[in-house]
Ligand binder design. Structure first.
Ligand SMILES: C[S@@+](CC[C@H](N)C(=O)[O-])C[C@H]1O[C@@H](n2cnc3c(N)ncnc32)[C@H](O)[C@@H]1O
Length: 244
């Protein structure tokens, strides 16, 4: 199941999407932290830490942060773990990886897409994804890959922004993420790429499959206890467990 349809004004064919996305994040990488730092309401470092703790992250665990970007989720995980030596980051963009590597000196970095990761079976206790679900080529296939690399009893936590279902909430969400946020991203960074990154963020949220489809894809991939926890009407935590 694709998370959103082809956005033909960005790329013409489905197979060109990854190339477009990689270029976007390669070129926007240096602006990512400053832009995300102010615009995402309460989803900064404190939220990323407490969310992972609430879903079972504990010191001693092997953690895999998929689509790790500049390392915001992995840094929060390392603060819960008490260090970054048991953290592995999977990320395709050179630009995003370069920023993350400076923050996580002892972590392991793998340049790869989520859909097929060069990692062993049954290796991780806790797998996280922060705000990247919309970039995966196929949700079920990617979740099967998550299931493969998790240990029996391992947890997956996917954090995501979700367009509200109601008309007014949806319109306000569009006003903020589609217009206000990209405008300020450009104003503060003077970078057209930072603006495009945020407009694309909005476009993929607007066209993304609804939460029940994500939960169903987790179940179809073999996960148990798949569920969505909505937050503030605009964020989602998708959580599930690999049978022990
Ligand atoms: C919005 S950023 C999120 C970064 C980080 N997880 C965070 O919470 O800030 C999305 C990231 O997904 C990565 N990405 C895009 N396509 C991907 C794929 N197919 N597999 C893994 N990562 C991907 C991008 O390169 C980018 O770093």
């Amino acid at each position: 199941m694709v998370p959103h349809p082809v956005l033909s004004h960005r790329y013409a064919q489905p197979e060109e999407r990854q190339h477009y996305v990689k270029n976007l994040f390669d070129q926007g990488a240096t602006h990512y932290d400053p832009v995300v730092g102010w615009g995402f309401f309460g989803t900064g470092n404190h939220y990323r830490k407490t969310a992972q703790s609430r879903h079972g992250l504990r010191p001693g665990m092997q953690v895999l942060d998929v689509a790790s970007g500049t390392g915001l989720v992995a840094v929060a995980a390392s603060q819960v773990l008490g260090g970054d030596s048991t953290v592995t980051c999977v990320e395709p963009s050179d630009g995003m990886l370069a920023v993350a590597k400076k923050k996580l000196p002892n972590a392991r970095f793998i340049q790869s897409r989520a859909e097929s990761m060069p990692l062993e079976d049954d290796a991780y206790d806790f797998l996280t994804v922060g705000y990247a679900l919309r970039h995966f080529a196929d949700l079920e296939a990617t979740f099967r890959e998550f299931h493969r690399v998790l240990k029996p009893g391992g947890h997956v936590l996917i954090m995501e922004a979700t367009r509200p279902a109601g008309r007014i909430g949806s319109a306000l969400f569009k006003l903020y993420f589609g217009i206000v946020y990209p405008f300020f991203a450009r104003l503060l960074t003077h970078s057209p790429k930072a603006e495009e990154m945020m407009v694309y963020f909005w476009e993929t949220m607007d066209t993304c499959v609804r939460p029940q489809a994500v939960v169903s894809a987790l179940q179809a991939a073999g996960f148990q206890q798949a569920r969505r926890i909505p937050l503030m009407g605009i964020f989602s935590e998708y959580a599930a467990v690999k049978a022990g």
